[in-house]
Design a protein around this ligand. Structure first.
Ligand code: HEM
Length: 152
């Protein structure tokens, strides 16, 4: 897991896998949302649940790998970027990521429960759009941090 990855950078394998996954995540969401737009709700719901579970497994895998590497601060030493701006960027990333995860958990739980009762929470689409926005911003910032540490 900590051996060198496959992306031709200095990054460990678990970070390469997580980065590639978070790059494709917005596209997976896009395909799932397309099912809802086309009225294929069964596929929309099943794919949303699958994407959510895979993402939670990925985040856990990423966090375990990070602890084994000695934490973010140990990795940050490899970057040519200055400590303070990188640290602030990371902090903003963590705040957006945390809000997004709570909003995602709330969205998936309330949507599923209300759909099972034969209705759908009125604000599903609105909250879903914010959540998708948060996921896209978090993924992009995560990829930028990867680039800042292992590429530049
Ligand atoms: C498993 C729980 C979910 C259920 C039961 C569900 C169900 C639905 C249903 C029935 C619609 C159609 C609503 C309408 O046309 O008024 C819809 C639309 C939508 N859903 Fe979900 N959904 C779930 C999870 C999610 C999640 C987690 C996201 C985003 C991360 C999401 C994103 C969207 C979006 C963006 C639309 C709007 C599509 C459009 O513009 O027409 N959904 N969902």
């Amino acid at each position: 897991m900590l051996e060198k990855g496959f992306l031709f950078t200095k990054a460990p394998l678990f970070l390469d896998i997580a980065t590639v996954y978070f790059f494709i995540l917005p596209f997976l969401l896009f395909f799932s949302i397309r099912y809802a737009i086309r009225g294929n709700y069964k596929k929309h719901i099943n794919s949303q649940i699958a994407i959510f579970i895979i993402s939670m497994v990925m985040i856990t895998f990423f966090e375990i790998g990070m602890r084994m590497e000695g934490g973010f601060f140990a990795l940050m030493k490899q970057s040519t970027f200055e400590y303070t701006p990188l640290f602030i960027f990371l902090l903003v990333h963590i705040i957006i990521a945390t809000i997004t995860i709570f909003s995602w958990i709330y969205l998936i739980y309330t949507s599923y429960v209300s759909y099972k009762k034969g209705e759908l929470i009125a604000h599903h689409v609105k909250l879903a759009r914010y959540t998708v926005g948060g996921i896209c911003i978090t993924s992009t910032m995560g990829i930028m941090i990867y680039l800042a540490i292992f590429v530049f």
